[in-house]
Design a protein around this ligand. Sequence first.
Ligand code: PMP
Length: 435
Amino acid sequence: MGKGQELYKKAKTLIPGGTMLLSKRPEMFLPEKWPSYFSKAKGCKVWDLDGRELIDMCIMGIGTNTLGYGNDEVDAAVMETVKNGNMSTLSCPEEVYLAEKLIEINPWADMVRFARSGGEANSIAIRIARAASGKDKVAICGYHGWHDWYLSANHNDGDELSGHLLPGLSPNGVPKNLKDTVYPFHYNNYEELLSIVDNNEIGVIKMEVLRNFGPEDNFLQKVRDLATQRNIVLIFDECTSGFRETYGGIYKKYGVEPDMAMYGKTIGNGYALTAVVGKRSVMEAAQTTFISSTFWTERIGPTAALATLNVMERIKSWETITAIGKKMQKGWLDLAKTHHLSISVAGIPALSTYSINSDNALAYKTLVAQEMLKKGFLASTNFYACTEHSDDKFELYFNALDEVFATISKCENESEKIENLLEGPIVHSGFKRLN
Ligand code: PMP
């Protein structure tokens, strides 16, 4: 067992659930074998606690680092802030410069509030939108964080959030009297949303502009028109989709504008900064409800975001990572064809995933992580692109994956048994209690 797994065993006795983020649990990749902790990260490389150098062809800090780890320009700006002081009794000017920049990027918006996590930004947006609309009820489509307002949807009638990124999110501890305040609707199902709006006093519609596939039958415009007609605040959660296909929200591709939008993940290239942008008529409601927090005023977040936005704009990083993601999707499909495997590829190119169409899909996902790790990669069945994923990394990756797909192909035609190849338990597929 490597040092990382040893530490993770200890972590589970000290930190309930092992990690702060479900998606970083080693059990989501390779139970009992995943390196778990890093000592250093640079470009698209990660060094584990045993000093082993690994190429990250996986989730890149869960989609935070589209400019790679430790981007020199962003880090230089952060170092300057560390040198000059990160905190003081006075506020940092960068928050105003960043607000201006975000209004420039989202010309329909007039005002901005900042936070440090996507879930927080989502809670802030919901509070402001409820205050502005004067109504409590919300329709949602997508994943919007861990807070009470969102998880309460799973008090309605069972696991209502299961179609929205993560199944099995337990709302234990979320007040049951929040039942029937949040109504999930399915993407591209306008009739379902209309029926929710017709039958409930909905004040807010919040949605991801897209997750795995795009709008059909003018879906986004219809949602926009409905919100406008019924005086509902429309919010686009761009925490994950932002800056991956455009310089700003993915909504720009579809020409439909919200009343508020949230950004997170990519905006600080790994440093914590999230933003809520919105129209003045809605955002001013923030003055009628208490929303305030100490570390929303620290200086590293906005410094990093300003530097990241500059680099992204200059190099058009969204074009680079989209091209890289397309190459990955094509590579998976070609390799699967070579090995007569049936796979499904999903996601926008910069956030690509695949699954092997088989009853053994999860076991194969485990095998991919296990075998690719031996060959020097952090890899699973998802790939979040960064600008550092150069051609030479791709060549190494696909040479390695070729052998793994060959093995999976043998399992599929029953000349090998997957049970005999796995060296530990199968990966978890969602939220569950750890032992
Ligand atoms: N909204 C969306 C669309 C997300 O994808 C995520 C994170 N996966 C969040 C909100 C929550 O962000 P965080 O994990 O930073 O709280």
